[in-house]
Ligand binder design. Structure first.
Ligand code: IPE
Ligand code: IPE
Ligand code: MG
Ligand code: MG
Ligand code: MG
Length: 345
């Protein structure tokens, strides 16, 4: 399973404890693999149990423990991981990122088939809301707020909207506005929901709720910026998913627009802002502050020289190919290998 690589010992211990708690809860709350239709439930479990860092449920559980509460956040933590896993299954399908590897294993549509993967994703999305409505039915106001948090974050204006522009804008000129729209929505929205959902179980004030949302936004931005950096610099083995994929598909990423150092500076600014908001909350916030630092550190390892150039070169080459094709000129007249990302499609 891909792990956070640089975690401090005390933080690592806490993180591992959270992850174990989540693994047990996932097993408990998900339909068993022999539930009919077996192929569907087996595919759902395959994708969720394949591992993963469990960042969203960890954030949710940790936020639910900033202040004391009697409410058990585990079902909501499983719900957000189910919803997140659905986004990964669909994100990997040929019509989106067309990826063969996820969480160190073949993607769901490779092990099963596209129809099963599509339906497993649909079912995980629906299961998320079923779990919340059933497990918090004794607290109707809380259940309602949790459902609103999760539905809003994952809907067409947020997560799915971010995914839409991620695909739609690939291969186009880079714009800072598009970049922040994509990152705020495809990723930061769900990380924010993770913190908000957990934190609202502690009955915070409206002002404290605003703080956690700000922390979630900044932490989520760092998370996706670092994901982009690692796509350009890390190995597929260490990530458990293919790397170099963003440049190949000419995606709008932080390294493509600002370069690796620029992207790292942005990640660092967002982390500092996230920590400021978490500190202002007080309570049991040490773990979340430490985790925010670690999530940024993942992207700070030194990249090999060719990797530093890769996002830029690939992007320029694809842009040029597209422009030549628009002018009815065969790119292969200019370079023999015209197999550059989407330009061929
Ligand atoms: C991958 O999320 C998708 C992004 C938003 C970058 P994670 O990096 O949290 O993936 P897992 O859950 O650990 O596999
Ligand atoms: C995926 O972003 C975000 C969602 C699934 C919502 P990416 O496409 O960058 O994620 P990876 O790199 O495949 O994990
Ligand atoms: Mg994607
Ligand atoms: Mg992807
Ligand atoms: Mg990525």
């Amino acid at each position: 399973m891909p792990q956070l690589r640089t975690v401090q010992p005390a933080l690592k211990e806490k993180l591992t404890a959270f992850q174990k708690e989540i693994e047990r809860a996932i097993d408990q709350y998900m339909p068993t693999g022999d539930t009919r239709p077996v192929r569907l439930h087996a595919a759902m479990r395959y994708a969720v149990m394949a591992g993963g860092k469990r960042i969203r449920p960890v954030l949710l559980l940790a936020a639910s423990r900033i202040f004391p509460t009697k409410i058990d956040a585990k079902a909501a933590a499983v719900a957000i991981e189910c919803l997140h896993t659905y986004t990964l299954i669909h994100d990997d399908m040929p019509c989106l990122d067309d990826s063969d590897l996820r969480r160190g294993k073949p993607t769901c549509h490779k092990v099963y088939d596209e129809a099963t993967a599509l339906l497993a994703g649909d079912a995980l999305l629906t299961l998320a809301f079923e779990l919340i409505s059933k497990e918090y039915h004794n607290e109707p106001a809380l259940a309602n707020a949790l459902i609103a948090d999760l539905a809003t974050a994952s809907g067409s204006r947020r997560l799915i909207g971010g995914q839409m522009e991620d695909v739609e804008r690939a291969g186009q000129d880079l714009h800072a506005d598009t970049l922040s729209f994509i990152h705020e929505n495809k990723t930061a929205a769900l990380l924010t929901a993770a913190l908000s959902m957990g934190f609202r179980m502690t009955q915070p004030t409206a002002e404290q709720m605003k703080r956690i949302e700000q922390a979630g936004y900044h932490l989520g931005m760092t998370f996706q910026i670092v994901d982009d950096i690692l796509d350009a610099t890390a190995s597929a083995e260490s990530m458990g998913k293919p790397t170099g994929a963003d440049a190949d598909a000419c995606k709008t990423t932080y390294p493509a627009l600002y370069g690796l150092d620029g992207a790292r500076k942005e990640a660092s600014k967002h982390t500092a802002a996230a920590i400021e908001h978490l500190e202002a909350l007080g309570g049991d916030n040490d773990f979340l502050i430490g985790l925010a630092q670690e999530l940024e550190q993942r992207g700070s390892e030194k990249a090999r020289a060719p990797d530093i150039l890769r996002p830029h070169l690939k992007f320029i080459k694809t842009r040029l190919t597209l422009k030549l094709q628009k002018a009815y000129i065969q790119p292969s007249q200019f370079w023999p290998d015209s197999s550059v990302g989407r330009a061929e499609d």
